[in-house]
Design a protein around this ligand. Structure first.
Ligand SMILES: O=C[C@H](O)[C@H](O)[C@H](O)COP(=O)(O)O
Length: 224
């Protein structure tokens, strides 16, 4: 295992101490969450999971983690998810794995949100990771032109075979290549107002706790 994966695994294992018997747990998506699912299954707790993607649902089923639909629970105690970038305010970019829409819905319905990342994801300013924007396919070419005219450098996401990526919700992803996002709150508001934008990967004010895997584990808590 390479050093980055080892750090992801360390953060993921640490996160299991926040999970207790009887909890409803939001299960994020991605390679770091995959480590978390393995560690969680090993603990054999009596929890109920709510997933954020078809991938996580399938892996949870393989591991014997009980999964229910989000509308079947009356609350979610804690959600554990990965992130593509995190800044010092615990704001972040998510959606590198195209799961941002369900992830944001689950996060917004959770009492507590914990992110697990390796230390390479921590950045002074968000934006070196392209910002994913999930869009309705119809008219997405026009929307891309409009976002380009704002200088946001959108690129339609394709897979390794060159095919357009389709999210679990049936949408496309436009990745905005920005290098630095000086005003994430302003950009978030602007994107939310564009017709055809379903959701974007700026997760602002959402994470309560960020667990950072490195030589040592660091735990950052939101103070407000
Ligand atoms: O859409 C995917 C999610 O937002 C992931 O949590 C994020 O991309 C981090 O993934 P990974 O743990 O694989 O780096």
């Amino acid at each position: 295992m390479n050093a980055q994966d080892l750090n992801k695994q360390k953060a993921a294992a640490f996160a299991t101490r926040y999970i207790e018997d009887g909890m409803v747990v939001g299960l994020g998506t991605g390679s770091t969450v995959a480590f978390f699912l393995d560690a969680l299954a090993e603990k054999n707790l009596n929890i109920t999971g709510v997933t954020t993607s078809n991938r996580t649902a399938a892996r949870s089923a393989e591991l014997g983690i009980k999964i229910v639909d989000i509308d079947e629970v009356d609350h979610i105690d804690v959600t554990v998810d990965g992130a593509d970038e995190v800044d010092a305010y615990l704001n972040g970019i998510k959606g590198g794995g195209a799961a941002l829409l369900m992830e944001k819905i689950v996060a917004k319905n959770s009492t507590k949100n914990i992110w697990i990342v390796d230390e390479s994801k921590v950045k002074p300013v968000l934006g070196s990771f392209p910002l994913p924007v999930e869009v309705v396919p119809y008219g997405s070419g026009q929307l891309a032109k409009k976002l380009a005219s704002f200088g946001l450098n959108p690129k339609l996401r394709v897979n390794a075979a060159g095919e357009t990526v389709v999210t679990d919700g049936g949408h496309f992803i436009l990745d905005l290549n920005l290098s630095a996002i000086d005003n994430p709150f302003g950009l978030s508001e602007m994107l939310n107002q564009e017709i055809g934008v379903v959701e974007h990967g700026l997760f602002l004010g959402i994470a309560n706790t960020v667990i950072i895997g490195g030589d040592e584990i660091q735990v950052k808590e939101r103070r407000h």
